[in-house]
Design a protein around this ligand. Structure first.
Ligand code: SAH
Ligand code: DHB
Ligand code: MG
Length: 224
């Protein structure tokens, strides 16, 4: 079966043209990321707007992101925040965080966003040690190997009713193959297994096609 079709991107262009429009701030972000040599693995514009709307839907005041890259998804999410809202984003690579900070500054969102550099597992343990437990929305988009661990931290760090979103949970269908040669698949499957009959989290996953090919999001809500 074909794993990509040009009409997927054409439809994404149509969606962006009608529902999103010009976004010079995010154009600059992606241009800066490309100049700095960052991999072009950001969410798509339509997906970014979806993240913004989901965060608005839970009236998020505190957002946590795992996996900043150049801050493209960070900017979409921070746009959902009220004036006194805050977003913490975790990133392993200091050079990526530098690019992200400059993009976030240019977007006028620097006062709302804090990037913490390091292995996310360590940063999450530090947030927990500080007693943080009121995130309304958590977007997980870092190393897939740790997705089940990120779920555990997400549940502990979030308020009842919080929404959790995990990116890249379909991987061109690879997720159904227990013997996949994609090293990221076992970690993604561990997330699904952890959510099978989870006592505190209700979840689904939605497959997507578009400019980012065939993939999907896992959406979850922590029991209120
Ligand atoms: N959310 C971004 C894309 C993130 S790409 C967007 O849509 O715009 C995944 C990011 O996770 C990369 O920047 C990578 O450096 C980071 N990452 C990978 N492993 C990590 C880890 N163990 N801890 C923190 N960040 C990690
Ligand atoms: C990869 C990571 C992502 O978060 C993504 O959206 C697409 C690809 C990757 O590591 O290949
Ligand atoms: Mg991703």
């Amino acid at each position: 079966m074909a794993k990509s079709d040009p009409s997927w991107s054409e439809v994404d262009d149509y969606i962006v043209q009608h529902l999103i429009g010009d976004d010079p701030v995010q154009d600059s972000c992606l241009a800066a990321n490309a100049r700095a040599g960052l991999p072009a693995i950001d969410v798509s514009p339509a997906q970014g707007r979806m993240l913004e709307l989901l965060a608005r839907g839970v009236q998020a005041q505190q957002i946590l992101e795992i996996g900043t890259l150049g801050g493209y998804s960070t900017i979409w999410l921070a746009r959902a925040l009220p004036d006194d809202g805050r977003l913490i984003s975790l990133e392993l690579e200091p050079a990526y965080a530098d690019v992200a900070r400059s993009n976030i500054e240019r977007a006028g969102l620097a006062d709302k966003v804090e990037i913490i550099i390091g292995e996310a597992v360590g940063s999450l343990a530090a947030l927990q040690a500080k007693g943080l437990s009121a995130f309304d929305f958590i977007f997980v988009d870092a190393d897939k190997e740790n997705y089940a661990t990120y779920l555990d931290y997400a549940v502990q760090l979030s308020r009842p009713g919080a929404m959790l979103v995990f990116d890249n949970v379909v991987r061109e269908g690879g997720v159904v193959n227990p013997d996949s040669d994609d090293p990221k698949v076992p970690g993604t499957r561990a997330l699904y297994s952890a959510l099978q009959n989870h006592p505190k989290v209700s979840a689904t996953a939605i497959q997507t096609v578009g400019s980012k090919k065939w993939d999907g999001f896992l959406l979850a809500v922590v029991q209120a």
